[in-house]
Design a protein around this ligand. Structure first.
Ligand SMILES: NC(=O)c1ccc[n+]([C@@H]2O[C@H](COP(=O)([O-])OP(=O)(O)OC[C@H]3O[C@@H](n4cnc5c(N)ncnc54)[C@H](O)[C@@H]3O)[C@@H](O)[C@H]2O)c1
Length: 289
């Protein structure tokens, strides 16, 4: 019996070809959230179990998204750069700095991270929207104060700030292409800590260059690690970092504990918490279908 523990840093890491060669492999554990670096249909067909530490970095990613929204909306980074470069030009920053209050902000994908982001946004007095395959439980929806939008395309022109929080699946790969970005409001802020490949990379660069997207921020790229010449490094008005939002010290403790717990259970022949399964007995978890 073999167990492979991976992190979600390297897209297309556990390929169908590698799975085929790993004759004794039984279990794939993702130390974090997001298992698109594994060929999930191939894992299912090979009878492997795939599990992640569901929820381990939900708060870390949601807080980071809030940070990037504020950094971009307030035009913070050029202000910081002025200070480092010995400059002082308030008007150069203020002409494109906005309050978050009163803006229409929402998430595409309202699972664990998307919902927590909405909850964290509530005290900012924004107009909150969300799109997902599934509507949130009505009581929680009322408590959060976010409106469900069934039709993604109809929702796109409404946002001042849009955050992507879906997994990378065959349905979400390239979901934000040139046409969808064109439907967004001119001057929109886009934050994507979900997966780089959900965006059409070129379309993002073009929209940032034309000003259609006023700011793009996130920690996920395609490919990863991002090569030195990745165009997102050089496009205007971005707040990009390496893949860091998942991995605060607090999150590292949570996902290390989660991996240890699953290994203990595995060697004792016990089941994992049900929400951790991504592939079980040949079936993919619903969020990956
Ligand atoms: N940057 C990071 O460090 C980091 C860390 C954790 C997770 N993530 C990414 O964030 C994703 C979401 O994490 P989560 O814990 O909130 O997952 P989750 O499973 O709790 O929520 C995902 C939500 O996306 C929705 N969804 C799936 N496909 C959709 C589609 N085609 N259209 C609309 N909605 C769709 C699902 O219904 C679900 O509500 C992960 O899959 C991972 O890719 C990134």
């Amino acid at each position: 019996m073999h167990v492979l523990i991976t992190t979600p840093f390297h897209p297309a890491y556990v390929t169908a070809e590698r799975i085929k060669k790993a004759k004794n492999l039984e279990l794939l554990l993702t130390a974090g959230i997001g298992s698109d670096h594994i060929d999930l249909p191939a894992a299912a067909a090979a009878g492997l179990t795939v599990a992640e530490v569901t929820g381990s970095n939900t708060v870390s990613v949601a807080e980071d998204e809030l940070l990037r929204i504020l950094i971009l909306l307030r035009n913070f980074l050029p202000g910081y750069q002025q200070v480092v470069q010995g400059e002082w030009n308030v008007a150069g920053i203020a002409h494109r700095a906005y309050d978050l209050e009163g803006k229409t902000v929402g998430t595409v994908g309202a699972g664990r991270i998307g919902r927590l982001l909405l909850q964290r946004l509530k005290p900012f007095n924004c107009n909150l929207l969300y799109h997902d395959r599934l509507q949130i439980d009505p009581e929680l929806e009322k408590e959060i104060g976010a409106k469900f939008e069934e039709d993604l395309d109809a929702m796109l022109p409404k946002f001042d700030v849009i955050v992507i929080n879906t997994p990378l699946t065959e349905k979400t790969r390239g979901m934000f292409n040139k046409e969808r970005i064109a439907k967004m409001k001119k001057g929109v802020i886009v934050v994507n800590n979900a997966r780089g490949a959900i965006m059409d990379a070129r379309a993002v660069v073009d929209a940032c260059s034309s000003g259609h997207i006023a700011g793009y921020g996130g920690d996920v790229w395609f490919p990863q690690p991002a090569p030195k010449d990745h165009p997102w490094r050089y496009m205007p008005n971005h707040a990009m970092t390496p893949h860091i939002s998942r991995t605060t010290i607090d999150a590292q403790v949570r996902y290390a504990d989660g991996v240890r717990d699953m290994l203990d259970r595995y060697f004792k022949g016990e089941d994992f918490p049900v929400q951790n399964y991504i592939v079980k007995e040949g079936q993919l978890a619903s969020q990956y279908k």
